[in-house]
Design a protein around this ligand. Sequence first.
Ligand code: S3P
Length: 450
Amino acid sequence: MNNLPSKEAGSAAGSMAGAVQSRLSKGLSGTVQVPGDKSMSHRALILGALAEGKTRIRGLLQGDDVLRTAACLRAMGVSIERRDGVFHVIGRRWQPSDRGLYCGNAGTGVRLLMGAVAGQQIAASFDGDASLRARPMGRILAPLRKMGLCAEDQDGKLPVSLEASPLKGIVWEMQNASAQVKSAIMLAALGAEGETIIEEPVRSRDHTERMIKAFGGALTISATGEGGRRISLTGPQRLTATDITIPGDPSSAAFLLVAALLTKGSEITVQNVLLNPLRTGFLEALKEMGADLSLGNEHDAGGEPVGDITARFSELKAIHIGPERAASMIDEYPILAVAAAFTKGTSRFEGLAELRLKESDRLAAIADGLAGNGVTRRLGEDWLEIDGGAVSGGGEVATHMDHRIAMSFLVMGLATKLPVTIDSSAMIATSFPGFIALMQGLGAKLTQES
Ligand code: S3P
């Protein structure tokens, strides 16, 4: 297995990868699968590492972010081996590592690991790359400190050191819809004394809740008010190893589907995609835009709904997406913005404040990328308006080392007269290793610039 224990090991397998140019393409076609879901992959490794016995994980995303989480767990004494594409994790009580835990670019990795390490009541220090060092960690540390954790941070950012601290259950009202915060609290609560209650006003992805149950853990979930949820978990709890199969990542499938929608004569089927309703907001949005999308082979796999999605070239129309829908498509706004640029009419997306806190200031990166390719857009602190129908291409897009910005603008260039160039494809390996080759295999004209 690719072991990436330290900062020196480099931030991405493809960190040598440079600029890539995308040119007008048509007739993309094929039936493919995308790598495993990133959110589920982090959780499967972490919960497997906490559980008693051997957990076998099939379909794990072997992207840099997830391999970092595996390396951090191994640094704490957990055995993780890959045999014939299956990851075997033998859970145990974690040991403090004599080296810092380096999480690279992975926000989900560092935040979930911090919660789980706090619950294990061992000391550890965490760090990440320049992008991760710029992202807020106070939102994780505040509830963990309330549980009793002693931690040192740099103004709410990495590097962060946790002290071995006894934890107790808390009641926590979520300020924003963040599955990372919710999950960090739940993972800590597994090792804390007493009941922890988390109230979320807006539902965020629920893979941690589903997977804790799959590992034999006990938690209750009840509905509150308008669409909110109350989650209660009493610790300490021992989990039991289980086998997990991870379906394809819908956030990765989104790039292929939109590529088919935007390029003439295209039809692409992505098989075995996770269809958890808290992740598929972008499919609803695309359908409202007039996308020819169809689902097939829908079934349940490992406690999650899964199916095949087919997208065909479509004339799209503009859309207004309100803030209440943001959580269900938070990672898909970059590619939705690209789709909106090709519609007739003005699209408006609201409730986007969280986008400023992702791997880059994604809202600014989207707006700049659009403007650089001839699209008129208006930008607010937490909203974006896009005038569709006049995309020239020809732009050089600054990805700010953000994988989703890189893939989104490569898709844009497949449908513009002039080519679109991105400054770096290195970070694509964090979530979608093999993206460029897969797209080329479908007929996309993507070329690495030397
Ligand atoms: C994730 C939650 C989301 C999402 C991220 C993955 C997760 O972040 O943007 O890519 O796996 O829990 P927030 O929880 O910060 O919204």
